[in-house]
Design a binder for this molecule. Structure first.
Ligand code: UD1
Length: 416
């Protein structure tokens, strides 16, 4: 098994290029199921989750070529079953459910089950598809869905769900009549998906607000599209600059997707200036603590909570970080404490008292964003931090150690 070994204490300096957004690519790849002809997605990051989605689409009979410029064609879609072994490694595999049902009239997809950050049910995906007329049964760990023809309907999501909105949105594109999604997720990745579906020939309005309207059409055509930059990778590098007392120019990023993070970092004393198709992030002298509450977009992203907690471990004062999206997303806390952090958990809040320093230690990655938080802490800590179980990191950060090394970090991936 691979480990990441970091010798902390180097100020990061230089420029970094942000990769395409993982959470935008995954639904776009699934949306190919709905189309005829080739889709070409440009700027696709090389990540574990993308490889899993390729395997899954290949299993369904889709043709897939290339990597950074990814070509997908569903003209020979044959199979409607997403097996357990592929769904269990990546929950987002469930994104094929809506498209398969809309295209083939049937789908059999393994139930994803819980994961380290919470139970993560998919009841809202299923209720949405049922409202479109699907008959759904749960059998032997599989969702079996069937519908001769989906019909437009009005659907209210009790909780704003990102992949739930995406799944039902994709299915509604080929339903007969009008579908209205209420309390839809507003995340930029949903807007990206709706934009691409419209390019494919769908008729969607309102994406980016909590009410999305879809007029069903008979079919969709393949398109060419460049993937938007990853906002969570962008945020992670902003914090890498801040936590090391460094200065980084971040290229290929959309700051308008990161309003809440930007205002929190500015409040903490980090200088962020737009500059020539990117931003320059400069750490302040001593960081100040800020309070954080994770919320659906445009609120503070839960996918940045672990990383900002690493930063708050070194800020002056006391920070209250409240997680409202997932029920169990503080597993990084015990690892940060092993590095000398002062954090107490009270219900769904973590009370962080900033220290002058962290010290390197052997720690274990527990999920994707927790891994990023440990890397950030390691970059700032005195001495050596060894992070094990970094396969989580490979799922969502493209060549992170290379990017950080180029900025001057002492970080290596080693075997053993
Ligand atoms: C997506 C992102 C993930 C991010 C999360 C929240 C992808 C591939 N993943 O995950 O990185 O952390 O959004 O921004 O885009 N819920 C239900 N029932 C459902 C669906 C969701 O109760 O049927 C609950 C969840 O348990 C959670 C909340 O809704 O508490 C939001 O989850 P959701 O937006 O669905 O997360 P994902 O789409 O799985």
């Amino acid at each position: 098994m691979e480990k990441m070994v970091i010798r902390g204490g180097r100020r990061l300096k230089g420029e970094v290029l942000i990769s395409g957004a993982k959470n935008a690519v995954l639904p776009l790849m699934a949306s190919s199921i709905l189309t005829r002809g080739w889709n070409i997605f440009r700027g696709v990051p090389q990540l574990g989750d993308i490889a899993t989605m390729k395997l899954l689409l290949g299993h369904l009979g889709l043709e897939i070529e290339g990597s950074e410029d990814l070509r997908i064609r569903a003209d020979n879609l044959t199979c409607s079953e997403a097996p357990y072994k592929l769904v269990k490694t990546m929950r987002a595999s469930v994104l094929v459910l809506g498209p398969l049902l809309a295209k083939l009239g049937r789908a059999k997809v393994s139930l994803p089950g819980g994961c380290a950050i919470g139970a993560r049910p998919i009841d809202l995906h299923l209720r949405g598809l049922e409202a479109l007329g699907a008959k759904i049964n749960l059998n032997h760990g599989y969702i079996e869905a069937e519908a001769r023809k989906l019909r437009g309907s009005k659907i209210y999501f009790d909780t704003a769900t990102v992949t739930g909105t995406e799944n039902v949105l994709m299915a509604a594109c080929l339903a007969k009549g009008t579908t209205i999604l209420e309390n839809a997720a507003c995340e930029p990745e949903v807007v990206e998906l709706a934009g691409v579906l419209n390019k494919m020939g769908a008729r969607i309005e309102g994406a980016g607000t909590d009410i999305i309207t879809v007029e069903g059409v008979d079919g969709l055509e393949g398109v060419e599209h460049r993937i938007m930059p990853d906002r969570i990778e962008t945020g992670t590098f902003m914090i890498a600059a801040a936590i090391t007392g460094g200065e980084i120019k971040i290229n290929n990023c959309r700051v308008d997707h990161l309003d809440d993070l930007l205002s929190k970092l500015t409040e903490a004393g980090v200088a962020i200036v737009p500059e020539d198709k990117g931003i320059r992030v400069t750490a302040g002298d001593r960081l100040r603590s800020v309070d954080i509450k994770t919320l659906p977009y445009p609120g503070f992203p839960t996918d940045m909570q672990a990383q900002i907690m690493a930063l708050m471990c070194l800020a002056e004062g006391r920070s209250v970080i409240t997680e409202t999206v997932f029920e169990n997303r503080f597993i990084h806390v015990s690892e940060l404490k092993r590095m000398g952090a002062d954090i107490q958990i009270q219900g769904n809040s973590a009370i962080v008292r900033g220290e002058r320093k962290l010290s390197g230690a052997p720690v274990m990655a527990t999920d994707l964003r927790a891994s990023a938080s440990l890397i950030l802490a390691g970059l700032a800590a005195e001495g050596v931090t060894e992070i094990s179980r970094i396969y989580h990191l490979n799922r969502g950060y493209e060549r992170i150690e290379e990017k950080l090394s180029r900025l001057g970090a002492d970080i290596r991936r080693v075997k053993g």
